[in-house]
Design a binder for this molecule. Structure first.
Ligand SMILES: C[S@@+](CC[C@H](N)C(=O)[O-])C[C@H]1O[C@@H](n2cnc3c(N)ncnc32)[C@H](O)[C@@H]1O
Length: 388
C-alpha cells in the first residue's frame, strides 16, 4: 500500500508510535511493544475520539479508511484500504496487519464492525476487535442512562415532596445534556435542582457563576418547562474577577488554563438551543449585576434579546467566586430577593479547597432559621427553602 512521503512527526496516524514511559528510577525507556491499534474506517467522529484518547495513553494507532473525504481531513495521514465489498480487501488488510504489528482493531461503523468480526474469526489474522458494535454501544449507553435516571427519580420525588411532574425520559434528557456540557456540578446535584424547580413558586431564576453553562442549561430548561419565570445568568467571564484569593496557590494556578473569552462563547453556544424568550445574561461580577437587576428590571443580552425580570427570585443558585467575602456579598445582596416558597442553592457548601460557602451558609442558617422550611446538602451544595 503506497504511503505519501512526508517528514516524520512524533504522532503520525499511519506509523506506529512507540510510547515512552518513565520508570521508577526516572529513566526513560521504550515500552515493550504491545502492537498497534487499527482504526477502520476513520470516517465518523468516534474514530477521531478513539485516536485522541489512544495517543493520550501512549497507544500506537494506525488510521485507515476506504475513501478520503470531509470526515477524514483531520488525520494527518491516512492509509487507504479497499472497500469491504472489494475482492482484495482481506488480503490488503492482512498485509497491513503484518506491516504495522496490528494487535487490535477499533471499528466504529456497525456494518464494518460485524463484517470484521466474521472475517477475523474466519481467517484467524490475529488482531482482536475492540469493544462492541457502535449500535450495541449506543444501546448500552442509553440503558446506563435510564438506570441512572431511575436512581435519581426516587430522590427527586422525595426532595420535591411528590411535586415533580418530570417522567423518567425527561430526567434522563436533562442528565444526558448536562453531562455533555463541561461543568463542575454532579448528576446528583442536578437531580436536586430538578426537585427544587419542581417544588418552587413563580419568579426569576438567577444563577451567579455559569462558566460554560452546565447548570444554566439545567435551570433554563426547567424554568421554561415548568413555567417558573425568566432566567438570568451572571458571570464576568474574566480571569481577574474569578481569582479566588482565599484558595491555595495550586488552585489559583489551575485557573491559568481557562480562556474566559472562549468560555463565554462556549456558554452562549450551549444556551442558544434551550434559551427560548426568557433567558438573559449579564457579563459582570454579581455585585455589579445586582445594581442593574435591582434598578432596571429589563436586561438586553446579545443573542438572547430583551427579558423583563420581576425582582422576585424563585430559585437563586450561587456558584461564583467562593472567597468568603465574595459569597457573603452575593448572599447579602441577592438572598433578600428570594420570595417565600423560593429556594437558595449555595454551591460548594462542602468544599475541599476552602470554607467560604460553608461559613456563609451556616451564618444564614443561624440567622434565618425561623424562615427556613427545608434544608439539605446534596452534591456538596446546600439547598434551602424559605417558608411559603
Ligand atoms: C464553579 S464555576 C461555575 C460552574 C457552573 N455553575 C457549573 O455548574 O458548571 C464558577 C464561575 O463563577 C464565575 N465568577 C467568579 N467570580 C464571580 C463573580 N464575582 N460574580 C459572578 N460570577 C463569578 C467564574 O467566572 C466561573 O465561571
Amino acid at each position: 500500500m503506497p504511503r505519501r512521503p512526508s517528514p516524520a512527526p512524533k504522532h503520525r496516524a499511519d506509523r506506529p508510535v512507540r510510547s515512552r514511559h518513565t520508570d521508577r528510577s526516572g529513566a526513560n525507556r521504550v515500552a515493550a511493544s504491545s502492537g498497534a491499534t487499527l482504526i477502520f474506517p476513520a470516517t465518523v467522529p468516534a474514530a477521531a475520539r478513539y485516536v485522541e484518547e489512544a495517543r493520550e495513553r501512549g497507544e500506537e494507532v494506525v488510521v485507515a479508511a476506504s475513501v478520503r473525504g470531509e470526515e477524514t481531513l483531520g488525520f494527518e495521514e491516512l492509509i487507504l484500504l479497499p472497500s469491504i465489498y472489494d475482492a482484495d480487501f482481506a488480503e490488503r488488510l492482512r498485509a497491513l496487519i503484518a506491516a504495522h504489528d496490528i494487535r487490535r482493531i477499533f471499528s466504529p461503523v456497525a456494518v464494518v464492525h460485524v463484517f470484521l468480526r466474521r472475517l477475523l474469526a474466519e481467517k484467524a489474522f490475529g488482531p482482536r476487535l475492540v469493544g462492541t458494535t457502535p449500535v450495541a454501544a449506543e444501546m448500552e449507553s442509553f440503558r446506563r442512562l435510564l438506570r441512572e435516571a431511575e436512581r435519581h427519580r426516587g430522590f427527586i420525588a422525595a426532595a420535591s415532596e411528590g411535586r415533580s411532574r418530570l417522567d423518567l425520559l425527561e430526567i434522563a434528557a436533562i442528565l444526558r445534556q448536562a453531562d455533555r456540557l463541561y461543568g463542575q456540578s454532579s448528576a446528583v446535584k442536578i437531580a436536586a435542582m430538578i426537585a427544587v424547580c419542581a417544588d418552587t413558586v413563580p419568579g426569576d431564576v438567577v444563577e451567579i457563576g455559569s462558566l460554560v453553562g452546565r447548570t444554566a442549561f439545567v435551570l433554563a430548561h426547567l424554568a421554561r418547562r415548568l413555567a417558573i419565570g425568566p432566567v438570568l445568568a451572571i458571570d464576568p467571564w474574566d480571569a481577574g474577577a474569578a481569582l479566588q484569593k482565599d484558595a491555595a496557590a495550586f488552585l489559583k494556578d489551575s485557573q491559568d488554563s481557562w480562556d474566559f473569552e472562549l468560555c463565554f462563547q462556549d456558554f452562549v453556544t450551549n444556551l442558544i438551543p434551550v434559551a427560548g424568550n426568557g433567558f438573559g445574561f449579564l457579563r459582570m461580577p454579581a455585585t455589579e449585576a445586582y445594581r442593574r437587576y435591582a434598578a432596571a428590571g429589563r436586561v438586553e443580552s446579545p443573542w438572547f434579546g430583551p427579558v423583563d425580570y420581576s425582582g422576585r427570585i424563585s430559585v437563586l443558585h450561587i456558584d461564583g467566586n467562593h472567597d468568603f467575602a465574595a459569597v457573603s456579598a452575593d448572599c447579602a445582596l441577592w438572598v433578600p430577593h428570594i420570595v417565600p416558597g423560593g429556594w437558595l442553592i449555595l454551591d460548594d457548601y462542602v468544599w475541599a479547597h476552602g470554607d467560604g460557602p460553608q461559613r456563609v451558609g451556616d451564618a444564614l442558617l443561624a440567622r434565618e432559621g425561623e424562615r427556613i422550611e427545608r434544608a439539605f446538602v446534596c452534591g456538596k451544595a446546600l439547598f434551602l427553602r424559605f417558608r411559603p
